[in-house]
Design a protein around this ligand. Structure first.
Ligand code: CU
Length: 435
């Protein structure tokens, strides 16, 4: 669909993140080790009793062989181990280590050996993305996109390999190769013409549920795309607000905790008032078998997912994603669009050393904002819009004030430059005194 004369917006904005999109994967020794260790994690996790059993059977065979014939020794070893494994597995089932299961509408979050083997087998086909983090400055401008109110949005779902932390890699599932997905902006009354394509290298089908959409599945019912497939749909933006969108296929929470979420802004009539700086931030949870900081390609931990105990809680897809790329000048009005991809935690969003002048609670752009707020809640699958004027230069750390989460990655930094006004703040500034 083309709109002559209208400033069309492509959401596949070239950026720092996307500079690696066409990079050809070069298998190296290091890259060969990653999928092998990935498979090994699964075997140890899943078949530990079985593996111990094999080793024990060999040892027993060696012992029995001294007294019995080879055939009898083998039979005795296998029988002994069989009985032991039967006891061990029945004990573990009735004890406090249940296998992760889901009884909800989605498929169980548990990965089968087949799923894990698919990742192993297709490892060389996955694009290696150098930086999975969406640039927080990638907020499209507030303009009227077309006379007929039609907005073109293209989303590509793609499964890639990227770093969560130094040396720790994940199999991310993305919208447009970054987490969160692209920021989509329209106005109430606009119609979105969406094209969604699932990259041929993906292993899973995907779709998209926009919380801004009125209709079945928020769009998910009309956007299911198998690997290599594309679909189109249109939907009308009926209500202003700042909304989450996410993949809702399969077990939706599993797709979301692989990175499949983003924000869509529906501006009220006349648009939002202009500000000096706009930033795009999304909190997310990542569940890995390996502990915090464990190196190599990490296996998804279905039990931790069900328990709501993520290893990583981060802004914009990875640890340290937002430490150097948010800047402002003294006197600037700053607006942050902050979403929570969830799926288990509520965020307690706070900027250390600032007070939110205005909070559009839960992304509500129709009611008057709350004024003078220190920390605001962002529900899983929800978003907020905060505004404040920066009055004093320095580093302003923003966090989920459930502060243990900053140890898991949930922090970033707004750097403010300009002239210091000693009537606002007067003291010798030392590092390390933030919180
Ligand atoms: Cu998906």
């Amino acid at each position: 669909m083309s709109l002559p004369g209208a400033p069309l917006l492509s959401y596949n904005i070239p950026s720092k993140n996307n500079s690696t999109i066409n990079r050809v994967h070069q298998p190296s020794k290091e890259n060969l080790m990653e999928p092998i260790s990935y498979l090994w994690q699964y075997i140890v996790e899943e078949y530990d009793v079985f593996m111990v059993g094999i080793v024990a059977a060999i040892l027993l065979f060696v012992i029995f062989r001294r007294v019995f014939s080879r055939r009898n020794a083998a039979a005795l070893a296998v029988a002994s181990i069989g009985i032991l494994i039967a006891f061990a597995t029945s004990a573990s089932k009735s004890a406090n280590v249940p296998a992760p299961r889901a009884f909800g509408p989605g498929e169980a979050p548990k990965q089968s050996f087949k799923d894990v083997y698919q990742v192993y087998k297709n490892y060389a086909n996955f694009e290696q993305v150098e930086n999975i983090a969406r640039d927080p400055n990638e907020v499209p401008p507030s303009v009227v996109y077309g006379k007929d109110g039609m907005i073109e949005v293209h989303l590509t779902t793609k499964e890639v390999i990227a770093e969560m932390a130094d040396g720790t890699t994940l199999n991310y599932w993305t919208f447009d190769n970054a987490v969160p997905g692209p920021f989509i902006r329209g106005r109430v009354g606009d119609t979105v013409h969406l094209t969604i394509s699932n990259d041929a290298t993906s292993l899973h089908p995907h779709n998209v549920d926009f919380h801004a959409v009125t209709g079945p599945g928020g769009g998910a019912s009309a956007t299911l795309v198998a690997p290599g497939a594309s679909k189109e749909m249109t939907f009308k933006l009926l209500s202003p607000g700042i909304y989450v969108y996410h993949c809702a296929f399969g077990n939706p929470g599993v797709h979301m905790t692989h990175g499949m979420y983003g924000l869509i802004l529906v501006e009220p009539e006349g648009g939002l008032p202009p500000v000096d700086k706009e930033f795009y931030i999304m909190q997310g949870e990542f569940y890995t078998e390996g502990g915090l900081g464990n190196k190599g390609l990490q296996l998804f931990d279905a039990q931790a997912y069900l328990d709501g105990a993520p290893q990583y809680i981060v802004f914009n897809g990875k640890t340290g994603a937002l430490t150097t790329n948010l800047t402002a000048e003294v006197g600037d009005t700053v607006r942050m669009y902050v979403g929570n991809g969830g799926v288990n935690l509520t965020s307690n969003f706070h900027v250390i050393g600032e007070i939110f002048d205005r909070v559009y609670r839960e992304g509500d752009l129709l009611s008057p904002p709350a004024l003078g707020v220190q920390t605001t809640l962002i529900p899983a699958g929800g978003a907020t819009m905060v505004e404040f004027t920066v009055d004093y230069p320095g580093n302003y750390m923003f966090v989920d004030h459930g502060l243990a989460r900053s140890d898991r990655g949930a922090w970033g930094m707004l750097q403010v430059t300009g002239t210091a006004d000693p009537s606002i703040y007067n003291g010798a500034i030392e590092s390390g005194g933030g919180h």
